[in-house]
Ligand binder design. Structure first.
Ligand SMILES: [Fe+2]
Ligand SMILES: [Fe+2]
Length: 324
């Protein structure tokens, strides 16, 4: 398929080539012609995704110094560090579309760019580390595995490695909850409480219902998105139900049951008012998360300056050697 397209490339103009590649489920690469709307959609989606990884370091980062053992501390540290790495791959992928890292960072600290609403919720107990890994990273996997086949090459390739790491994140969360559920009555209550608080927001991570998701159709036509929000949500819940049984936790939805006729899970109504409130910046910790990111960026200015000065010095030395 790819060979045929390459052979034809000489006779096709940019737009026809783009359409043919999408039609053949091929990959669009940075130097290929692409519609402006496709480029803008990807810049928005990939940068929001990158911001989510970076902001997502905060709720868990807060527990690194308070993790209950050295082993837990090193696991959590590795997990939070992975999220920084995810942010960096994704910023790099977005840069291939013609936006700079500085512009994206500025949009984030100025409050102009969005990131996933889930990271605006607080993490008051250690069990939150378990619930985030199990539910939040779990939802991220369901969302992101199909993105490994996204039509834009750099995005799809970044997602392959990210997804492998997300599986580790989900298992470490599950294991934290399993340990707590096998502990004292108080520990079991702590685990259940964290699941109660994170369950609904994790379902909201798939975005609004299909009939209220205006950009989905275009993203699916461009092979960026492969499954609808509701399909992915359904897939996530089907994965959670047996795992919740192993853990011994209750999913906090009294209406949740398997429907033999549809072969799917019926669920209770999601509180979309809460979703829109958090999205509009009025979630529990929106201001704090952004403020921390802004401060970290400002406090890190000297590191960026030092790195740039060092690179300039190295370059100058190399030019001199080459000239000699
Ligand atoms: Fe991540
Ligand atoms: Fe993760």
């Amino acid at each position: 398929m790819t060979t045929a397209l390459t052979a034809d490339a000489g006779t096709l103009d940019g737009e026809a080539m783009f359409d043919a590649l999408i039609e053949a489920d091929g990959r669009i690469e940075p130097r290929d012609w692409m519609p402006e709307a496709y480029r803008r959609t990807l810049i928005r989606q990939i940068s929001q995704h990158a911001h989510s990884e970076i902001i997502g370091m905060q709720p868990e980062g807060a527990w690194i110094t308070r993790a209950p053992s050295l082993k837990r501390k090193s696991i959590l540290l590795a997990k939070v560090q992975d999220e920084a790495g995810h942010g960096l791959y994704l910023y790099s992928a977005a840069q291939t579309l013609g936006i700079t890292r500085d512009e994206m960072t500025q949009q984030l600290v100025d409050g102009k760019a969005r990131y996933s609403s889930i990271f605006n919720y607080p993490t008051p107990t250690w069990a939150d580390m378990g619930a985030i890994g199990w539910l939040v990273d779990g939802a991220a996997i369901c969302n992101q595995v199909p993105l490994c086949r996204a039509s834009y090459g750099p995005y799809g390739r970044a997602m392959v490695r990210i997804c492998k790491e997300e599986s580790f994140h989900q298992r470490q969360g599950f294991e934290i909850l399993l340990t707590l559920m096998q502990g004292t009555e108080e520990q079991r209550e702590m685990a259940q409480d964290a699941v109660n608080r994170w369950y609904w927001p994790s379902l909201m991570m798939f975005g609004p219902p299909d009939d209220d998701s205006p950009n989905s159709a275009q993203s699916m036509a461009w092979n960026i998105k492969r499954f609808s929000n509701d399909d992915l949500r359904q897939r996530f819940v089907s994965m959670l139900v047996p795992q919740a049984a192993v853990l011994g936790v209750t999913l906090p939805d009294p209406d949740l049951r398997f429907n033999d006729e549809t072969g799917q899970y019926d669920m209770g109504e999601i509180d979309w008012t809460e979703f829109h409130e958090v999205l509009a910046g009025r979630g529990p910790l929106n201001t704090l998360r952004r403020q921390h990111r802004r401060e970290a960026h400002e406090e890190g200015a000297w590191v960026r300056e030092a790195a740039a000065a060092y690179a300039a010095k190295k370059n100058a030395a190399r030019t001199q050697t080459a000239a000699a």
